[in-house]
Ligand binder design. Sequence first.
Ligand code: ARG
Length: 462
Amino acid sequence: DSLRLWGGRFADGPAEALAKLSASVHFDFRLAPYDIAGSRAHARVLHKAGLLTADELDRMIAGLDTLEADVAAGDFTGTIADEDVHTALERGLLERVGPDLGGKLRAGRSRNDQVTTLFRMYLRDHARIIGGLLVDLQGALVGLAEAHPDTAMPGRTHLQHAQPVLFAHHVLAHAQALSRDAERLRQWDERTAVSPYGSGALAGSSLGLDPEAVAKELGFQHGSVGNSIDGTASRDYAAEFTFITAMIGVNLSRIAEEVILWNTKEFSFVTLHDAFSTGSSIMPQKKNPDIAELARGKSGRLIGNLTGLMATLKALPLAYNRDLQEDKEPLFDSCEQLELLLPAFTGMMATLTVHRERMEALAPAGFSLATDIAEWLVKQGVPFRIAHEVAGECVKVCEAEGIELDQLTDEQFAKISAHLTPEVRGVLDVAGALASRNGRGGTAPEAVAVQLAEVKADLTRQ
Ligand code: ARG
């Protein structure tokens, strides 16, 4: 029979249906390396408290080292009878050092403080992995911006042509959002660098253990928790992590949607690399943006992991409740999905072919320089309210005649408003419109160059 952790007061073992329901080992065995690291640290504080002799500590550490190697080699795994990773590894230890010594390690700790400590460790490692993958993607976006320092494109609001912008400016807008996501991960990590080990089941331990020493050994630079109930019951760090990963998914989905649009025949702004697009089983001509579509799809799944965990936590009384076992699968999933998606997404962006002529041909379309007429009038002393009217009138005439703003004759300009002297033509070109928006954060090439340098500097800090 399996080594149950709580056999003493029970006459019967659990029903099979309960054992199946209860088991988490098939997913929480991912925490095994962290569990073993926690056990090593715990053995050391037991020794410090006089509860293990030096010889016992040595044998315990040696047993844990062997167990760790066996886990890494795939020679030791949990079974459904083990229930969870903690029970499985306790069995593994007992098998290696014998029940007398192995049975001493559980003193002063509970799966309740163990599991949340290990979960923090797992998530902190994955925050770093995801942060690194974000740097790669930002690097691809920076590469696109650098390769196209002065390519104009139609800037849009409401998906309608609004004002011309630099393609680099647009791409860096996405990089800015991802920089904030990376910053969120770093700030989350700082907040999560506190160890709940030593909280026991909920009330701490009577054994004179040293939670700060455990925290230090496990890399929690801000020490151990100040409240053992909070330490074992709280999962806001997990909820916040699912928010950050969902936000990354949502930000990817916004890039993805644009790539999908840009890659259509109608836009023809970009072409995807063959290696990062897929074909159709029936239509030989098809080249589909599946990576972008999967990013869009997975963002829904990442949001689901956030809302699911929030619903699990809502109204849970303190301290530990078994509901909390439901915290792990959504978070493992969020990490694993992003770690699959980001490299493919980065590859897609890094290999995008950008059709400069097409973008630039459309940049002034849709009367996107009308604002420039209005702002030119303001510089001539015309109040903006009137300038807006006059520029609107220009658009109306163009629409009626089927022409563009720069095709209006001097006579037509003069007829619309006496303020519209032929000099207004000076602002009716895309390069001039872009160059004029040279304040901080604007779309002028010089302002975008400053932004690019800032984004690159931020990347080296990540
Ligand atoms: N496997 C549980 C979890 O993931 C930890 C075990 C705590 N079980 C208990 N009966 N106190 O949350």
